[in-house]
Unconditional design. Structure first.
Length: 171
C-alpha cells in the first residue's frame, strides 16, 4: 500500500515523540490520532491531514486577507464563527464564505469585485507608498516590515499579472 506523504510524516513524528505530544501539537485528541494511525478513524481525516500538511510539511496558501498562511490556519479560519469584535476576523469570515479559492465552505456571502481604474494611467509612486507604510507603522519597526512585505507582494502580483498579460494575451 502506497501511503500518502502526510501520513508518512505523521508516522515519523509519532515515532520520534509520542502520540499524546503530536496530538497536542496538532490540536486533536489522542484517540483521534490513534484511530487515524490504525486506519480505523470513521470521521473525515481532512482535519488532521490539513494540520499535518500545515505544521510539518509547511504547505501554504495565499489568503486574500492574511497573505501567506499555512493550510491548517486556513482551515481553522474557515471553521471560526462570526465575531464582530475584530475587523480581521470579520474580513476572514467574509472571504472564506465569499468565494475564496482555498475555502472548502459553500459560498454564502455574495461579493462582487469591482475593478477601479483611474481616468489616466498613473505610475506606481514608490515614495508615496513608502510614506504610507511609515505612517501606518507609527514607529513600530516590525509593523513597518510587515507592511513593506505586503506592499512587495502586491507589487509582485501586479508585475506577474502584467507579464502574464504581455506573454499570453498579447497586450
Amino acid at each position: 500500500m502506497n501511503k500518502e506523504n502526510w501520513f508518512q510524516v505523521l508516522e515519523l513524528k509519532v515515532s520520534e515523540s509520542s502520540q499524546a505530544q503530536i496530538a497536542r501539537e496538532l490540536g486533536v485528541s489522542p484517540t483521534m490520532l490513534n484511530q487515524v494511525l490504525l486506519n480505523k478513524y470513521k470521521g473525515n481525516i481532512d482535519t488532521i491531514k490539513n494540520r499535518v500538511e500545515g505544521r510539518y510539511l509547511r504547505h501554504h496558501v495565499q489568503c486574500p486577507v492574511a497573505g501567506q498562511i499555512s493550510v491548517d490556519t486556513c482551515k481553522d479560519n474557515q471553521e471560526r464563527p462570526f465575531s464582530s469584535t475584530n475587523p480581521q476576523r470579520v474580513r476572514l469570515y467574509r472571504a472564506c464564505r465569499g468565494g475564496c479559492p482555498h475555502s472548502q465552505l459553500k459560498q454564502s456571502a455574495v461579493t462582487q469585485r469591482i475593478d477601479v481604474q483611474s481616468a489616466t494611467d498613473s505610475r506606481y509612486n514608490v515614495e508615496e507608498q513608502l510614506a504610507f507604510c511609515r505612517r501606518l507603522a507609527q514607529g513600530d519597526q516590525l509593523q513597518h516590515i510587515e507592511l513593506l512585505e505586503r506592499e512587495l507582494q502586491k507589487v509582485a502580483n501586479r508585475l506577474n499579472s502584467a507579464l502574464w498579460d504581455n506573454k499570453w494575451k498579447g497586450k
